[in-house]
Write a protein that binds this ligand. Structure first.
Ligand code: F6R
Length: 240
């Protein structure tokens, strides 16, 4: 894992969007793993600008999102599908036919997760996986646990994650369950980029980068990856 401390979220977005633009220019049919949440938004803004300037086309990429809530309509404003169309897919030439999300309303979560894993494998695996990190060290919705997960699965969200995400729900009530890629899926990506910005991430960044590698801090697994880049701003890196 390579940790880079940059001044602020803007500089991180510049660096991360550049890596993605270069990756897609070398391989137009790249398989990209995307995250939602606040961390990647400045990067998505720069990708949209690059698209509008004619410097990026995403028409041939296949995408896999990390996770999705269970039990809310796919087109609800809080769904991660809606988030991605609002912030990136709907503003660029991403082909909606090549976009993949876990279906949080599937009748059988286990079958849905196995199907998603099959789709990732059939796409040839993920070239670049973008990640944020939770204040508790989670990646995707892989919460602190006694073991590292592998393939997609259904998860009960922790109170801390529900608290962090309650700002996106008008009634403050976050769904109890979500479907998420496993840590194994993330680790099988050929390149991983994690963005950590703001003071609230400082403990997670310290544990991820300097603590023991443990499923109690799922992000610590990235230290075992041959091409994982962590971008932290000064606030997120302040305990290092
Ligand atoms: C989102 C996801 C989460 C977030 C994490 C950080 O798809 O998988 O792991 O990346 O909760 O969220 P933000 O960026 O909102 O601080």
């Amino acid at each position: 894992m390579d940790l880079k401390v940059l001044e602020d979220a803007g500089q991180i977005a510049q660096a991360v969007s550049q890596i993605i633009i270069e990756g897609v220019s070398k391989k137009s049919n790249s398989v990209l793993g995307f995250a939602t949440g606040a961390s990647p938004v400045p990067t998505y803004e720069l990708l949209v600008r690059a698209y509008k300037r004619g410097e990026l086309s995403l028409k041939d990429v296949t995408t896999f999102n990390l996770d999705e809530y269970c039990g809310i309509p796919a087109d609800a404003p809080q769904s991660y599908r809606s988030f991605m169309f609002e912030n990136l897919f709907g503003l660029t030439d991403v082909d909606p036919e090549k976009v993949n999300f876990l279906n949080g309303n599937a009748p059988d979560y286990e079958a849905e997760c196995l199907d998603y894993e099959g789709k990732i494998v059939r796409a040839g695996g993920i070239d670049i996986q973008l990640l944020g990190v939770g204040t508790n060290g989670h990646i995707g919705f892989n919460e602190p646990s006694d073991f590292f997960t592998d393939i997609p699965f259904a998860v009960t969200l922790t109170e801390s994650t529900k608290r962090s995400n309650s700002k996106y729900f008008p009634d403050g009530r976050v769904p109890d369950y979500a479907l998420t890629m496993g840590v194994g899926d993330i680790m099988r990506a050929r390149k991983i980029i994690l963005i950590a910005t703001g003071e609230s991430k400082k403990n997670a960044v310290k544990t991820m980068a300097e603590g023991i590698i443990t499923p109690q801090c799922p992000a610590s697994a990235l230290r075992l990856h041959p091409d994982a880049l962590v971008f932290a701003d000064r606030d997120a890196a302040s305990l290092l």
